[in-house]
Design a protein around this ligand. Sequence first.
Ligand code: PMP
Length: 360
Amino acid sequence: MNRALNFNAGPAALPEAVLKEAEKNWLDFNGTGMAVMELSHRSKEYQAVHDKSISLLKKLLSIPDDYEVLFIQGGASLQFSMVPMNLLSKGQTAQYVLSGSWSEKALKEANKIGKTFIAASSKDQKYRFIPEYNEDGDLDNAAYLHITSNNTIYGTQWHSFPSNEKTPLIADMSSDILSRPLDMSNFDLIYAGAQKNLGPSGVTVVIIRKELLEKSSDELPSMLNYNTYAKNNSLYNTPPTLAIYLLTLVLEWADKEGGLEQIEKMNEEKAKILYDVIDESDGFYLGHALKDSRSRMNVTFNLHNEEASKDFLHQAKEAGFVGLGGHRSIGGCRASIYNAVPAEHVQKLAEFMKAFKNKN
Ligand code: PMP
């Protein structure tokens, strides 16, 4: 069977080896005579999967001992609310850097909980770059600074992070977690929905500095309090067992690929293939992101006019490329090239782009 040339933004391509391994175990997981999703979440067989997932995340992301890894449902979108509910106290201000629609959504939810402040924004420049964050402007009573490390819709990515120890740094890493080595000590909390680099949808990974757990009020509903997850190894209630099993397989795959240094190298090479086509096209393809802010996960571009973009997308679809349309909010074209998208597929897209240009 031919695997699709899948450039979806999320849910997105998973490593073929992971899907095959899951298929092998589909009816009978480790000789239990049951599928993973038929096991009790209190069984020792499931517990082993759960614990392995946490220990592999710790290994791959080099997470120090003073952090907890939590599995929560509700997507990254629920974290837009849980972050301020747990960490934004009365009298404090939460700072948000606006670098795209997902940061705006995070800010919108925080505004319902407490006081916020826009620390930087590139909105009036169509989010073409990561805005400059002025650390001098840091407020004394800031609860945290929230950033979006990769902007899935606009195709921009932070390449270095603010490092002000005074203010806890929180990052939505939904679309670039596991794509490059991480210095976790720079961050106090990161979160990521799994459905891009980590696995299928259904589980959100939250990594939080233990010290921060003291801030959550006991008045919060249990399922919205980080402590409920931290105290119960994310097994207070039934976790999304199938999603966590697939996450474990993806993490094993990433480990076998050589870890995040190796994965970063592959991602740099894949992104370069497409950005080179854009840069060498004499303006036929126009990248949306400014060069310094370009994402290695989502390559966004337009053609010289809207009609040409439509024709490109139509012909790309006919040629078997999936998911190249830009987000419904901005249109244009977007190739999402997460960890699991093979370099050969990226090469095929580059060749298609060059051939399309030559024909037109
Ligand atoms: N943040 C970012 C950066 C995203 O790309 C997305 C989803 N594409 C979200 C948040 C929302 O994630 P979810 O659908 O898991 O709530």
